[in-house]
Design a protein around this ligand. Structure first.
Ligand code: E4P
Length: 218
């Protein structure tokens, strides 16, 4: 089971890396643009913070050739292991095959269906990013989709990891793992929901109060 952070914000990454056992970072073009910074410098800065942990970086481009060119630019500039995120589209499947043939880690992203996951697996993807909340907003059934994908890819020689993505609350993350996801990537504000429940803090305060009543030397 793995939790990754879906952000390119260095403060969030530094904070999370110190406090929470995250397994890596995922980004996408929108997340990068939100930082208004040099793309390659930010990718290198993220990698310097997380060191050996996974970093998934999504390519831009409409054709498979453009996606490959973008992937090569990312890898040439960053010179460290990076999982290249490729949309699970007609052009993307060709790009996935090209990169996986070069032993470059590939994450198939924008996955909404088992059909996309089947082709991404056959194209050599190491991870399949299923868009949980985006599917929910389209009145699709993300839990069933993750479950179906997890059943289907078992028959593959090298089953890819299901990396559930696109969350709007922590309950959706739980549902994704229950459905069979191997990993989940979530924004920092959703990760905070994992410890923001007031009940544990109240229980700790009560323990502390009882302890101090009994053992306080004041
Ligand atoms: C993961 O990296 C995805 O790109 C991301 O979660 C997309 O979904 P969202 O925009 O709904 O978060």
């Amino acid at each position: 089971m793995e939790i990754l952070l879906d952000t390119a914000n260095l403060q969030e990454i530094k904070l999370a890396s110190k406090w929470i056992p995250i397994c890596g970072i995922t980004t996408n073009p929108t997340i990068i643009c939100r930082e208004h910074t040099n793309f390659f410098q930010r990718i290198k800065a993220i990698k310097n913070i997380i060191e050996k942990k996974q970093l998934h970086v999504q390519v831009v481009g409409n054709t498979w050739e453009q996606m490959i060119q973008n992937a090569e630019a990312i890898l040439d500039n960053c010179r460290q292991e990076i999982h290249i995120k490729i949309p699970a589209t007609y052009e993307g499947f060709r790009a996935m095959k090209e990169l996986s043939d070069r032993d470059i880690p590939v994450t198939a992203t924008t996955v909404y269906s088992p059909e996309q996951a089947i082709l991404a697996t056959l194209a050599g993807a190491d991870c399949i990013a299923v868009y949980y909340n985006k599917m929910y907003n389209l009145n699709m059934d993300p839990q069933k989709t993750i479950w179906e994908i997890s059943c289907i890819i078992k028959s593959s020689d090298k089953p890819p990891k299901i990396l559930a993505a696109s969350f709007r609350n922590s309950r959706q993350v739980v549902e994704a793992f229950l459905a069979g996801a191997d990993a989940a990537t979530l924004p920092y504000n959703i990760l905070k929901e994992f410890w923001n429940n007031p009940a544990p803090a109240q229980a700790v305060r009560e323990f502390q109060d009882d302890w101090e009543k009994e053992y306080s030397t004041a």
